[in-house]
Design a protein around this ligand. Structure first.
Ligand SMILES: NC(=O)c1ccc[n+]([C@@H]2O[C@H](COP(=O)([O-])OP(=O)(O)OC[C@H]3O[C@@H](n4cnc5c(N)ncnc54)[C@H](OP(=O)(O)O)[C@@H]3O)[C@@H](O)[C@H]2O)c1
Length: 336
């Protein structure tokens, strides 16, 4: 089988290699991968971030969909041919997960091979059946981008206002999930053309964050001075100050990425005075993934795809991730 292997930190250490197809051990299944999705994390992982500086060769890829082709010993409840997502953090099958478990059981992470392969092993306890109406490329986007967005908007309901910054994979899922929950959604982008597409997807209001660097004022105007109930923050140091000022008292900022430096500075008088919550979101649990899949199945929601590329283009797609101007997700198709 072929797999996209990062041999050593650095993008020149990437190659599509021929490897032996693995065999499932006890409690594992072998998946024939049908599609996978690319995130900036794959590029950072290849470059040596996330504790991946000191590691052996690694198959990249945090999210994907495959069909079960073989079950190891002690696997019950799954059958050959079922189309499933492996959970992004394989070890997060209970309510909470220890940070060490995240570091060691994340797909395509420094310790565990990922989804950019024609076959992969997954823990049977981590599988989630894929909503039947989704195509393979659509289904591939659920474990990381979908689940992060799902967890970032948890608790949002009718009458709430949610601010979604950017138009990559996570923000567009968040827009769809927040609308599904009955919330009003405000989307930002640096591109007016992308904002028009966001409105067509259901955004109630939009603004250009480059044209309006002081954009919390726009959110306050749109909410009659009250502020948003939830702000999804993709930027940390780049965006957190505006995000916190755009929130209503008692509101929550869900931070899911660090566009700028790894550290953020927060005004404590503002945070305490407004009883705000800053919540880090790093994917989610098996129960959350199952709840998301059920909601997608019931609603008929379809993930937004920028493009679907052949598996042969995997290395280029990973290397291009930091520069790509995408609207939604970039996917890889493993099967014809
Ligand atoms: N925490 C987690 O569990 C988790 C899960 C998956 C991915 N991630 C990480 O989260 C990041 C985002 O992934 P993604 O797929 O949503 O996005 P992406 O496709 O990597 O695109 C980057 C996004 O950032 C937006 N952006 C850039 N500068 C901005 C600014 N100053 N203000 C607001 N938005 C800004 C861009 O919006 P416009 O082009 O519209 O301007 C674009 O949507 C990636 O680095 C990924 O590795 C985290």
């Amino acid at each position: 089988m072929r797999a996209l292997v990062s041999h050593a930190p650095g993008l020149d250490g990437l190659s599509l290699d021929e490897r032996e197809t693995p065999r499932p051990g006890p409690g594992q299944v072998l998946l024939r991968m049908r599609a996978a999705a690319v995130t900036l994390r794959d590029c950072k992982m290849a470059a040596g971030a996330y504790g991946a500086e000191d590691r052996g060769p690694l198959v990249l890829g945090g999210e994907g969909v495959g069909e079960i082709v073989e079950c190891g010993r002690d696997v019950a409840g799954w059958r050959i041919g079922q189309r499933v997502n492996p959970l992004f953090v394989q070890g997060w099958t209970g309510e909470r997960v220890h940070v060490d478990e995240v570091a060691t059981t994340t797909l395509g992470g420094p310790r565990l091979d990922g989804t950019f392969a024609q076959f992969m092993l997954a823990s049977a306890a981590s599988l989630v059946e894929v909503p039947a109406h989704l195509g393979d490329a659509e289904a591939a986007t659920l474990p990381f981008a979908g689940l992060t967005a799902w967890c970032a908007v948890q608790g949002v309901g009718p009458g709430d206002t949610v601010v979604v910054q950017g138009t990559g994979g996570i923000p567009l899922f968040a827009l769809q999930f927040a609308r599904l929950a009955g919330a009003r959604v405000i989307v930002s982008s640096k591109s007016d053309e992308k904002l028009e597409r966001a409105r067509a997807l259901g955004a109630d209001h939009t603004f250009n964050y480059q044209a309006q660097p002081d954009w919390h004022r726009t959110v306050l105007e749109l909410t009659e001075g009250r502020g948003a109930d939830r702000v999804l923050d993709p930027g940390g140091s780049v965006t957190i100050a505006q995000s916190l000022r755009a929130l209503r008292p008692g509101g929550t900022a869900s931070v899911f990425n660090a566009l700028g430096s790894a550290e953020i500075e927060v005004s404590l008088p503002w945070l305490l005075g407004h009883n705000l919550r800053v919540r880090g979101v790093n994917a989610g649990s098996l129960a959350a993934h199952r709840a998301m899949a059920a909601a997608i199945g019931e609603s008929g929601l379809r993930p937004v795809l920028e493009c679907v590329l052949p598996f042969e283009a995997a290395a280029d797609a990973v290397a291009a991730a930091p520069r790509r101007e995408q609207f939604g997700k970039v996917c890889l198709q493993m099967t014809a």
